[in-house]
Design a protein around this ligand. Sequence first.
Ligand code: GDP
Length: 522
Amino acid sequence: MVLQDLGRRLNQAIQSVNGQTTIDEPALDAVLKSVCAALLESDVNVLLVKRCRDRVKQLVLPQLEEMQAKQGQGGDAMQGNKAKQLIHKAIYDELVALVDPGDSAPPAFNPVKGKSQVIMMVGLQGAGKTTTCTKLATHYQRRGLKVALVCADTFRAGAFDQLKQNAVRAKVPFFGSLITLDFLASGNRTLMHNAHMMYSYTETDPVSISLQGVQKFRAERFDVIIVDTSGRHRQESELFDEMVQIQEGIEPDMTVLVLDGAIGQAAQDQARAFKDASNFGAIIVTKLDGHAKGGGAISAVAATNTPIIFIGTGEHLHDLEKFSPQPFISKMLGMGDMQGLVERAQEMALANPERQENMMKKLEKGEFTIRDLKEQLNTVMGMGPLSKLTSMIPGMSDMMGGGNEAEATRRMKRIAFIFDSMTAEELDSDGTIFRDPAPTVSGALTAADKGKAKATPADENQDPTNPLGLREPNKRVLRVARGSGTTVQEVEELLAQHLMFAKMAKRMGGKNGLMGKMAAAR
Ligand code: GDP
C-alpha cells in the first residue's frame, strides 16, 4: 500500500532524530527536510508542506534553545530525550493538522435505525462512485441497518447493470432504470425484454427515477437509502444541473462527493467545482491503495474544510475504511488504530450474534475445543484483509512482514487446510485426542515429515515449543499433516496454540473464573 510507504518514510525521518547526539537547530532541520521531502513526493501542496515545517520550527525551536541553555548550566541529561519527544510530538500533531478539515466541518453523519436516511453520491465518472455506493451499503449493513441502493444514472449504458451486479453480490436491494439515454440513442431495443426485472423501471428521467426509488424504499422502511448519480454528461454544466435537480427532488440527508485519490492535490479544485454547484457535506477519497499521490489528495481535500468520512483502499466490498485524522496518522506511522480494530470486532459480533453468544457461554464453562479455535480464526479472516488488521495493532504489522499480505494469508490458508483435514470428532475434542499414546506408524515418516518433527524431551515443561509432549508424531497428527499438505511441526504448533487457549479458557471459566464471575454479575 503506497500510503504505508509514505508512513514508513515519515516514520524513518521522525525516528532519525533518535540517532543524533546533539539535538539542536541543524538536527531539527535535517529531520524536517526528510519529512517535507516525503510529503512533497506524495503530492502534498508545497504551501501546506511549508506551513507544516514552519509551525514545527516555531513551536520546537524556542523550547530546544531553553533546554540547551539548561544543559549548558549542567542541566539534566534527560533533556536530550525530552527534546526528541518534543520533536516527535510536534511533527505528529502537524501531520494530523494536515489531514484535519478543522472545526468548521459539519458534524459526522451517523445513520440510525428507523429513520430512512438518504445519502446521495456525486462525483466524476471513474472516481469509484458506484463501487463506493456498494461498499458503503455493506458498511452500514454490517452495523445491522437495512440498506438499499438506487441507480439514478440514466445517462451511461451499463450503469444500472454495474450497480445491480455489485448490489447482488452485497445482497442489497436496488432500484434503477434499464433504459439509458445512451441505449436509446443506439436504436437498440433488445434490452426492453428485460423490463420485467425486479426494481427496474423503464424511465430516463434521473430525477423521477431517484424519487421513485427513494419513495419505494422509504415506504418499505429501509434505514439507509444510497442514491448513485451520473458522473458524465455531454457538458459539465448539464451534469451539475442534473445533480442540483436530483438534490432538490429527493432532499438527501447527506450528499457525499467521491474523489479519486490518484489525482493528488488536483482533488482540491475538483472539490471546489462540485461545491460551487451543489453543497455536499462529506467526501470519500478512493484508490488510496495504489497511488503515490494519496497523501496529496487527502491533505488537499482537508484544506476545503469538508470532512473526509471514509477512504477507499481497494476494489473489494470491504475495502472501505472510516477516516478520522488522528487514527489515520497513527496507523500510517505504524502506531496502530485500536479504535478501528474494536469497531471491526463489534461489527463481526453484530453480524453473527448467535455464534458470539455461544462462544461466551462455552468460555463461561471453561470449554474451548479445536472447532472453537477454527471458528475464531474464521472470524478474524472475515474481519478483512490480514495486512489491514495487523496495521491496526501497534507493532504487529512489522511482525507480519511489514504488511506482507501474501505471507500472512499464506500462513492462515495452511492453518485452514489443517482444520479441514481433521475429523468432526477431532474438531469437537479438547485436543487431548492428539495426545493419546497411539503408536506412530512404523517407518511411515517421510523425510519431509521427519525433517520438521522435533525430538522432544519427556517433560512437557522443559520445552515450551512442544507443550503437548509429543515424542514421535502421533498417527493422527501425521495423518492431518499429510492430508493438509503441511508438516508435522505446523500441526503440532497449531495444537500447542489451541492448548494454550484452552488452558486460558479453563482458568477464566467456571464459577470462580473471570467469565463465571462476569456471568454471575449479569
Ligand atoms: P464510477 O464511474 O465513479 O462509478 O467508478 P466505478 O465505481 O465504476 O470505479 C471505477 C474503477 O475504479 C473500477 O475499476 C473500480 O474497481 C475502481 N475502484 C473504485 N474504488 C477503488 C479503490 O478504492 N481502490 C482501487 N484500487 N480501485 C478502486
